[in-house]
Design a protein around this ligand. Structure first.
Ligand SMILES: [Zn+2]
Length: 291
């Protein structure tokens, strides 16, 4: 079996750890090479002054936090695309000419294709079509990654690299049962589920309304400690969100993480896999290189 490679295509320094820390830790432990695209520098994250000590900018701080998480998780390589964080939808920052939301989509797609052809992952993960919680950068990288997934294998799409077709594309899923539970708890505590997070820009109700069907459920129960360790690297972005439940409770409530399989298209909207690499074959190009 050829080396298994997973490419995660996300937007901000912290998306990888907060969203997929357990999954990454699991696959790294199983010998999979995990690569990350982080499209922006995270300039728009709200940061308390004490966290900025020793850093010249929010971007510098957040990229350093990403390096910390990458090391804890054992990421093989992080591709920082360097776009400016767009901030919330409709905000002033989302109009900045250097931000990801304003970037030429064909150019972003091209950069993702270049990474795909270099890394040659069998499996690719990005956000769902709502960008998880509607963040413009999440939506922009989701669109670019989905287009790149189809384009990377085409000889007509010229980047000066050999074409390469990844085998599977997933959107990171959202546990709707857990989400309903969280919304109920927040309401009981008098918190507004439509204004969650350090930057008060997460609308949990809208997240729930945009949930997509889950086809793969990956067990992450044994990797919560590693998950927390990676998340703790992003200290400037912790706090202000929903309080972290005790470890045993999270393991009990969410032992699995769900994913929407975009390609190959699922025969029905039900869970039919427990491993993102299920059915992945050693591709011909890879075999040629080994020979
Ligand atoms: Zn993000």
């Amino acid at each position: 079996m050829a080396t298994r490679r997973l490419l995660i295509s996300y937007a901000h320094p912290d998306d990888e750890s907060f969203g997929l820390g357990g999954l990454i830790a699991r696959y790294v432990a199983e010998g999979v090479e995990v690569y990350l695209i982080c499209a922006t520098n995270g300039e728009c994250g709200t940061v308390s002054p004490e966290h900025l000590n020793g850093y010249s900018s929010v971007a510098e701080l957040r990229l350093a936090e990403l390096d910390c998480a990458a090391e804890k998780l054992g990421l093989k390589r992080v591709y920082k695309l360097g776009y400016r964080d767009s901030g919330m939808m409709g905000s002033e920052t989302s109009l900045h000419p250097d931000c990801l939301w304003q970037a030429d989509q064909a150019e972003v797609t091209r950069r993702v294709v270049e990474v795909m052809r270099e890394v040659r992952p069998q499996v690719v993960i990005t956000f769902n079509r709502y960008g998880g919680y509607g963040h413009p950068d999440h939506i922009a990288i989701q669109r670019a990654t989905t287009t790149a997934f189809s384009a990377a294998g085409s000889p007509e799409y010229d980047t000066g690299q050999e074409p390469y077709r990844p085998q599977k594309l997933y959107y990171s899923g959202i546990d709707s049962g857990f989400l309903r539970f969280a919304i109920t708890i927040m309401k009981l505590r008098g918190k507004d589920p439509r204004r969650l997070g350090r930057n008060a820009d997460i609308d949990l109700q809208a997240v729930l309304d945009n949930v997509e069907p889950v086809h793969a459920r990956v067990r992450v129960r044994d990797y919560y400690e590693a998950w927390d360790e990676a998340s703790n690297c992003h200290a400037s972005q912790l706090g202000g969100g929903a309080p972290r439940l005790p470890l045993f409770l999270r393991k009990l409530l969410s032992p699995y993480q769900g994913f929407t399989r975009v390609f190959p298209a699922p025969p029905a909207n039900r869970v039919d896999e427990y491993d993102l690499f299920a059915g992945v074959t050693a591709d011909e190009a890879e075999l040629d290189r080994v020979r």
